[in-house]
Design a protein around this ligand. Structure first.
Ligand code: NDP
Length: 315
């Protein structure tokens, strides 16, 4: 049978390119889990994906109720789940004030981390039951949350601190909207959310890999300077960022190439190692990368996990 993969945020950028790459193999059915149904349908069509290779299902990660509803709908569909890809993200580098999810949680961490945390937890059993040769849970990471790299050292740097803001629910009322309890900074909130993504992947690995055989992985797909992720940035930045990445840092990667990389993490029979953060070198060969100290801190990973469980109503 075909493999069955859910990709969140498959309506543009990396998610769409990955959906396209997988659907073209004819070996995968892609469930595009998207907040904008029509946009996703149009995107699939203009990417040339053929109808029998994908299904669009509604998912708004900035609402915990929507996550639960998506999981109910997916379970009712009777499809198996072989691979789950947590890809969607919001990035608000120029926001002066925080905005919030339906549950009153700061939007970047609420969507990128907590929405995916609940989704993954609720779908873990489905992955466990899959009889596919290699079942995987992939959480897209980033270099920007990784302070042992050049890009990860561009201020404001990711830093979860003692997580007092997260413990307080990131509601901007009686707690800060930032994980570390500091003043709101949209770029930092995004980077912090990506650190949570990478910590969560490792915590999943420690808690569930042996028992379930699921491969847990994260990756840095390269700098895809052309995606919608930068849509809220100032125009001058959007103009200069792609050539800067192409010619100066040389970290630039096309959407198509990044999609092939993520598709590889989904389906390559050789990438079964669990607990790994994949990166690619200039010749597009994959290698196991090192994470920064904070992004591989075992105690922090456990703490993020435990607080997150409370915030999404699992504990
Ligand atoms: P895009 O903005 O193109 O894609 C993000 C996707 O997430 C969109 O499909 C968007 O939906 C979706 N999304 C946003 N909010 C929600 C929500 N509440 N519910 C459901 N879906 C939502 O950006 P990229 O493709 O660049 O980003 C994809 C991933 O790659 C992210 O995890 C990002 O952190 C990561 N990444 C990107 C890099 C880059 O250089 N671009 C570098 C490293 C990592 P909609 O289409 O409706 O807006």
């Amino acid at each position: 049978r075909k493999g069955s993969v859910i990709i969140t945020g498959a309506s543009s950028g990396l998610g769409l390119a990955t959906a396209k790459a997988l659907s073209e193999t004819g070996k995968w059915h892609v469930i595009m889990a998207c907040r904008d149904f029509l946009k996703a349908e149009r995107a699939a069509k203009s990417a040339g994906m053929s109808k029998e290779n994908y299904t669009v299902m509604h998912l708004d990660l900035s609402s915990l109720e929507s996550v639960r509803q998506f999981v109910r709908n997916f379970k009712q569909s009777g499809r198996p789940l072989d691979v789950l890809v947590c890809n969607a993200a919001v990035y608000q580098p120029t926001a002066k004030e925080p905005t919030f999810t339906a549950d009153g949680i700061e939007l970047s961490v609420g969507t990128n981390h907590l929405g995916h945390f609940l989704l993954s937890r609720l779908l873990l059993d489905d992955l466990k039951q899959s009889d596919y040769p290699s079942k995987r849970l992939i959480i897209v990471g980033s270099i920007t949350g990784n302070t042992n790299t050049l890009a990860g050292n561009v201020p404001p740097k990711a830093n979860l601190g003692d997580m007092r803001g997260l413990a307080g629910g990131l509601n901007g009322l009686n707690s800060s909207a930032m994980i570390d309890g500091g003043d709101f900074d949209g770029a930092k909130a995004y980077k912090d959310s990506k650190v949570c993504n990478m910590l969560t992947m490792q915590e999943f690995h420690r808690r569930y890999h042996e028992e379930t055989g699921i491969t847990f992985a994260s990756l840095y797909p390269g700098c895809i300077a052309t995606t919608g992720l930068f849509r809220e940035h100032i125009p001058l930045f959007r103009l200069l960022f792609p050539p800067f990445q192409k010619f100066i840092t040389k970290g630039y990667v096309s959407e198509e190439e990044s999609g092939k990389r993520l598709a590889q993490v989904v389906s390559d029979p050789s990438l079964t190692k669990s607990g790994v953060y994949w990166s690619w070198n200039k010749d597009s060969a994959s290698f196991e990368n090192q994470l920064s100290e904070e992004a591989s801190d075992v105690a922090k990973a456990r703490k993020v996990w435990e607080i997150s469980e409370k915030l999404v109503g699992l504990a």
